[in-house]
Design a protein around this ligand. Structure first.
Ligand SMILES: *Cc1c(COP(=O)(O)O)cnc(C)c1O
Length: 407
């Protein structure tokens, strides 16, 4: 990146300008980004920051990956939207490649993560009525406490985060909440009305909580034995982040349905999908579900380019190799401002000594040192750099974290 992007207003002025006109549903760090490339972003004053959040994993391939930008440009010059009233020449290839990448049969293309979750819920319920034979309107879905699956009214209905829920009722019935990482509780909650167990293989928003080894395999065994679906929300954990294409691969588990989003759009357009076996996704018939933008040719072109990047295995390998660097670096900080951490691949939840500040305060201090991160709860910060980050950039960021925590 060369000369800074020129804007009529500076950072502080732009932040002040948002206040009266922008709904206050976020509390961003006080940085105004104007440009980005790879793992780096630049603010309107030309200051550079290493992006250690990567759009909550929407930017797994970094900002403006050349192959993705090229795919988008090429498609912009040809065809952007048809709606599903007509076919478009990009969708079949995208669905074929994505199904092959994730080892399954069928793809239901949507746009945002929350829509993929909503669509997964609808598919699971329809499957329960049409295939399993659950009496009409009686289907239940078992979910985990401290989940994050998005922000729609149905999804917040089964959130345990009061801030996300409170004030948005009445809520959608049909969900049972059990503790995460607790197979006995799951066993007790699943009955003949259960359409699906819906969980995150790693709970991202909860602080990158990694279940015990055997939990995901246990969920697979239990759901198969009890005759309900295993729906894995891989919207944040999937597409290379953990060192595998899907986080469930750590336990060699194949869910019935996988929900994808975030990185599927390459950081360019919102692209999400429900992927699963034909005997499950096949329950949908024309008119029963849809989306004006889902499967649009621009999304399909970018999504195909994303799948092509993942087919090389390079990003999964990088996440695994650099993940070791991240873990080692964090281990060295335990007792030096870090009280504990959980990490898998290039993804970590870091619990900072609360005496040193809230996660928000630590994030602000890191920002002033040129590192962008995001707190989750309390004094936990989350690290999820683009998978294109270099080992030097990563160790540099860990050095900055050490400086911020020990100075
Ligand atoms: C981000 C996220 C969602 C929601 O995705 P949106 O695109 O923000 O709607 C759902 N599930 C998980 C695990 C996520 O991380």
């Amino acid at each position: 990146m060369t000369a800074p992007v020129r804007t009529a207003r500076g950072s502080e002025e732009l932040i002040r300008a948002e206040e009266p006109v922008l709904a206050h549903n976020y509390h961003p760090l006080p940085v105004v980004v104007a440009r980005a490339e790879g793992a780096w972003v630049e603010d309107v004053e030309g200051r550079r920051y290493l992006d250690m959040l990567a759009g909550y994993s929407a930017l797994n391939f970094g900002h403006r990956h050349p192959a993705l930008v090229e795919a988008a440009h090429r498609q912009l010059d040809r065809l952007t939207l048809t709606s599903r009233a007509f076919h478009n020449d990009r969708l079949a290839g995208f669905a074929e490649r994505l199904a092959a990448l994730t080892g399954t049969d069928m793809v239901l293309p949507m746009n945002t993560g929350a829509e993929a979750v909503e669509s997964g819920i609808k598919v699971a319920r329809k499957w329960a009525y049409d295939v399993k034979g659950v009496p009409a309107d009686r289907a239940t879905i078992v979910v985990a406490a401290d989940n994050f699956h998005g922000r729609t009214t149905t999804i917040v209905s089964f959130s345990t985060d009061e801030t996300a829920r409170s004030g948005f009722g009445p809520f959608t019935p049909g969900f049972r909440i059990v503790p995460y990482n607790d197979l006995a509780a799951l066993e007790a909650a699943v009955d003949e009305t259960t359409a699906a167990v819906l969980i995150e293989p790693i709970q991202g928003e909860a602080g990158v909580l990694i279940p015990d080894d055997g939990y995901l395999a246990g969920v697979r065994e239990l759901t198969r034995r009890k005759g309900c679906l295993f729906v894995a929300d891989e919207i944040q954990s999937g597409l290379g982040r953990t060192g595998h294409t899907l986080a469930v691969e750590h336990e060699s588990v194949v869910p019935d349905v996988v929900l994808l989003g975030k990185a599927l759009g390459g950081g360019i357009v919102p692209v999400s999908a429900v992927v699963g076996r034909r005997d499950v996704l096949g329950v949908l018939h024309p008119g029963e579900h849809g989306s004006t933008f889902g499967g649009n040719p621009l999304a399909a072109a970018v999504g195909t380019a994303v799948v092509e990047l993942l087919e090389t295995g390079e990003f999964q390998r990088r996440a695994a190799e650099l993940g070791a660097v991240l873990r080692e670096g964090l281990a060295a900080l335990v007792g030096r401002g870090v009280v504990g951490f959980r990490a898998r691949g290039l993804w970590a939840g870091v619990d900072v000594d609360p005496a040193l500040g809230s996660g928000r305060e630590i994030s602000e201090r890191l920002m002033r040192e040129g590192i962008l991160v995001k707190d989750t709860h309390g004094s936990t910060i989350r690290l999820a750099p683009p998978l294109t980050v270099t080992a030097e950039e990563l160790t540099g960021a860990l050095g900055t974290l050490e400086k911020v925590l020990t100075s």
